[in-house]
Write a protein that binds this ligand. Sequence first.
Ligand SMILES: *Cc1c(COP(=O)(O)O)cnc(C)c1O
Length: 397
Amino acid sequence: MYGKLQDWLKNELKSIEEAGLYKKERIIVTPQEAEIGINTGNEVLNFCANNYLGLSNHPALVEAAKDTLDSHGFGMSSVRFICGTQDIHKTLERKIAEFFGTEDTILYAACFDANGGVFEPLFTAEDAIISDSLNHASIIDGVRLCKAQRFRYENANMEDLEEKLKEASRTARFKVIVTDGVFSMDGNVAPMNKINELAKKYDALIMVDECHSAGVVGKTGRGVTELFNIRGEVDIITGTLGKAFGGGIGGFTTGRKEIIELLRQRSRPYLFSNSLIPAAVGAGIKMFDMMTETNELQDKLHTNTDYFLGKMKAAGFDIKPTKSAICAVMLYDAKLSQVMAEKLLAEGIYVIGFYYPVVAKGLARIRVQISAAHEREHLDKCIAAFNKVGKELGVIK
Ligand SMILES: *Cc1c(COP(=O)(O)O)cnc(C)c1O
């Protein structure tokens, strides 16, 4: 039988390659940080990691992970409700709730699981999920696993959201507005103040995925509820420990306590998947302690982002309006985005060009991600490389 499938697979892979959509992986041979080594022997500056706070290889987190290996072992060999809950899992859940100003938290292996397991236990065919069109793939999958009616509004478009809320109000028992906090391709932030007003007006719940916003936006990095001064007003927040929060692994849902309690009873990725490894939990606890003690890293990230955006705009690059550490340098042409990324790599700058189907047709770009791990000289080198390559390719004058 495999022969038939194999032929089909070979064809499929060839057509992906021919369409220019084949994703090749560059190989890094060092820890994840601002300066990385790749297997070609080159040292490059990393401008495409979600390492927003520069914590991926932070000595304090490495040490906390090692200490927890010693104190709590390597694996859990269990889901949470059988014998996979240690004291540290409860501590981390509490610290996440304190950070976001919520009532309780449930941990998952990843945010993909948190989003995959949040809708089905809470909403049925009587209910309506009203989702932003640019929401993350894991939200889309989570919604698919649930029988609720689905409504999709245009990205951050509040007139469209209101239309969908009116429509949903005719029949739905519960309504929930679902949005990413920061949208990963443009770096724009969801207009949470307006979403909150509409939620009140139409009696809807709010769920926000803070993967790209927590640790990043808001004066102290508390995410979009801090940025819009609506702490405690969002019903459900999901997030990851795999981006700003250390870059390791782990996801969570935090919010109203009865919601979290029901998820512990019914959320399938929680009930039927292994408990988070102690080392990741120990590093997570250390990370939230650090964020509570000081805003140094958030401040540095904000200073770095402002500096980089200012210089890039002054150089004449077309940058998508952003409120985050994501800077989308618009090129529009898919081929150009690939050529430019390759030339930048040759200049020692590791960035990736994104094009259809990751972004809409004709909206190809290079996405730059700024980090607190970047020093001023890193930013200057990146800006200089963009200037040089941008001129060579006629992107700027
Ligand atoms: C990265 C990301 C996820 C997935 O997080 P993991 O913990 O890596 O599974 C979910 N939602 C959004 C918006 C993301 O950016």
